[in-house]
Design a protein around this ligand. Structure first.
Ligand SMILES: NC(=O)c1ccc[n+]([C@@H]2O[C@H](COP(=O)([O-])OP(=O)(O)OC[C@H]3O[C@@H](n4cnc5c(N)ncnc54)[C@H](OP(=O)(O)O)[C@@H]3O)[C@@H](O)[C@H]2O)c1
Length: 341
């Protein structure tokens, strides 16, 4: 499988490392021979149709800041759209920053990949949150696959548990903690009885909250994930517009103390039942969703199997890279099944 990496930040550099670490097992255990033929970042691209030396590219990125300065294979200023349109490959891994205003540049990258007959694996929630029904249709129309395991729960296989392990059952509702930053802040507030502002500052010092934390604390990140789950798992045709969103800025220590008296706490819960909703919600300390720190947790209620909860880390470079690898292997398997049919 020839692969183009669009974006070469934390996630795709981790993916390159993972490929280097697993090279032998991937061939031996899965018959999988991934070959990264192009990588694009802000500075331009690096292209080699025979396969890039990932160790060298990682050093180059660390030393020079862009892969495009490679004397042998660099293309300074070459855009992702030019690379996707002109380089022969089976799959594009799209991992540019999430933008929930217009989904760009990821949205255009994904559409361009489909138009040129390439499968897409993305970790970028923006295009999916804004246009998932249209994107899945476009993928079907172009007879290519779109996979996005890393967008929900990073390496924790939340989407796969619901879609694959509960195959044949009908999921009737979903509730979950879908954002590690807000869970960290609420856990700190609950355990140390410190204010929202203090807890946010602690999270920023530790690097688990962005300098501009709005995407997390105002509930948008959790809402994006909810949209992806509603479309993929429950076949709802929804976008971010359909989610009622309330973040955690107004959660007070007082409210947490009141909740504690009832053996409860407050968590930022995303739920899909009658509608899609993200809001600070009281839950019992015995609820399986009562997880601390940066953990994510999701409870699926299905018609026959009942209630299942999956818990795991919801972010991290290597974690998310493992989801990309899973998606690529899944695409390989889907193609093999198609060929046999
Ligand atoms: N990090 C995580 O734990 C995690 C987990 C789940 C999902 N995600 C999602 O995965 C995506 C990637 O995350 P990340 O942590 O790897 O982000 P990142 O470190 O900021 O990397 C983003 C990459 O995209 C490149 N880029 C941005 N705009 C570009 C453009 N217009 N043309 C070409 N390249 C462009 C950047 O280039 P330069 O390097 O030249 O700046 C950089 O290499 C995001 O959407 C994020 O929300 C991340």
């Amino acid at each position: 499988m020839r692969i183009i990496l669009v974006g070469f930040g934390v996630v795709c550099q981790s993916f390159a490392r993972l490929l280097l670490l697993r090279e032998v097992e991937l061939v031996k255990n899965y018959g999988f021979h991934p070959r990264v033929v192009a990588i694009v970042d802000h500075g331009g691209a690096i292209i080699n149709s025979k396969g890039l030396d990932l160790k060298k590219v990682l050093s180059l990125k660390a030393e020079k800041g862009t892969v495009a300065v490679s004397p042998e294979h660099g293309r300074l200023g070459m855009s992702p759209l030019d690379v996707i349109g002109s380089v022969e490959a089976e799959a594009v891994v799209e991992a540019t920053p999430t933008n929930i205003k217009d989904g760009e540049p990821g949205l255009s990258h994904i559409k361009a990949a489909f138009r040129s007959g390439k499968h897409v694996v993305t970790t970028n929630k923006g295009p999916l949150a804004l246009a998932m029904p249209a994107l899945t249709e476009l993928a079907d129309y172009n007879k290519v696959c779109l996979r996005f395991s890393g967008t929900v729960g990073a390496g924790t296989p939340i989407l796969s548990l619901a879609k694959k392990c509960l195959l044949g059952d009908r999921i009737v509702s979903i509730r979950g903690i879908l954002n590690g930053t807000t869970n960290y802040i609420l856990t700190e507030m609950d355990e140390k009885r410190i204010s929202f502002q203090q807890a946010l500052e602690n999270a920023q010092k530790l690097g688990c909250a962005e300098a501009d934390p709005s995407m997390d604390i105002d509930g948008f990140d959790a809402a994006c994930k909810l949209v992806i789950m509603a479309n993929w798992i429950m076949n709802k045709k929804v976008t971010l517009k359909n989610v009622s969103i309330q973040g955690i800025r107004n959660v007070t220590v007082r409210a947490l103390e009141e909740a504690a008296k009832k053996h409860c706490t407050i968590k930022l819960i995303g739920s899909i039942q009658d509608g899609l909703k993200v809001a600070p919600t009281e839950i019992s300390r015995h609820d399986p969703l009562f997880v601390g720190g940066v953990l994510n947790a999701v409870t699926f209620v299905s018609e026959f199997a009942g209630e299942e909860t999956i818990i795991g880390r919801g972010a991290g470079g290597m974690e998310t890279a493992s989801a990309i690898l899973r998606d690529l292997l899944d695409i390989k398997q889907s193609l093999a099944t198609r060929l046999m049919a």
